[in-house]
Design a protein around this ligand. Structure first.
Ligand code: SF4
Ligand code: SF4
Ligand code: FES
Length: 231
């Protein structure tokens, strides 16, 4: 099976697409990550990130035949040949398929991704009703792979100011958590023409998420909370 990989490293004038022919039967490759591991053996200069191999760590996010996804859960049988593999769009390339996620993590840091309860330390667990816990479904599963943010045109235009779908989905995860007492402060911080309101519901994020999450719905949940609290 034929694969074209984006190749660029410091010192190269321009990037190029390099062809690799991999015998997927012989190497028993099922997922795209299996192929990348074989390519790495053929050509150790190829760079990409990966860790868990199970769709949990989010490190092997890349652009596969024009769509963002995780190599480890992308089945070869579903890919049109030849397969074009590029780094995540809009992120600065460090080398080959490895991108610089610093801005992405800066935005994540800004939403303060931890619970901030004001009450004094309880003697036992901080309990939630089943209904309160249900509100976190579709949010807590985010693995911060950046597939959504790097596919979002609003983020391409304002990567320094628009927080992007991943950070906003994470923001809603803490805003909607009954154990957090900083809801108003979190909402006030997001009430900004760029941080949140650059989302124009283009929905690329929903299409790109390999975990089947819906950042656009999460963004609208934040706006509803703002309306409820008259912010
Ligand atoms: S719905 Fe909003 S966050 Fe998602 S891709 Fe579109 S503009 Fe970006
Ligand atoms: S919402 Fe989905 S695509 Fe975006 S970072 Fe989380 S898991 Fe990845
Ligand atoms: S290697 Fe961890 S998500 Fe693919």
């Amino acid at each position: 099976m034929k694969f074209y990989l984006y190749r660029w490293q410091e010192g190269d004038k321009t990037p190029r697409m390099q062809e690799y022919d991999v015998d997927i039967e012989k190497h028993r490759c099922v997922m795209l990550l299996d192929v990348l591991e074989v390519i790495k053996e053929i050509d150790p200069t190829v760079s990409f990130r990966r860790s868990c191999g199970e769709g949990v760590c989010g490190s092997d996010a890349m652009n596969i035949n024009g769509k963002n996804g995780l190599a480890c859960i992308t089945e070869l049988k579903n890919l049109k040949e030849p397969v074009f593999i590029r780094p995540l769009p809009s992120m600065p390339v460090i080398r080959d398929l490895v991108v610089d996620l610093q801005e992405f993590y800066n935005h994540y840091k800004k939403i303060q991704p931890f619970l901030e309860p004001q009450q004094t330390q309880p003697t036992g667990e901080r309990l939630q009703s089943p209904q309160e816990r249900d509100k976190l479904d579709g949010l807590y599963e985010c693995i911060l792979c950046a597939c959504c943010t790097s596919s979002c045109p609003s983020y391409w235009w304002n990567p320094d100011k628009f927080l992007g779908p991943a950070a906003l989905l994470q923001a809603s995860r803490f805003i909607l958590d009954s154990r957090d007492d900083k809801t108003r402060e979190r909402l006030e911080q997001l009430n900004d023409a760029y941080a949140l309101f650059r989302c124009h519901s283009i929905m690329n994020c929903v299409d790109a998420c390999p975990k089947g999450l819906n950042p656009n719905k999460a963004i609208h949940a934040i706006i509803s909370e703002m309306v409820k609290k008259d912010i």
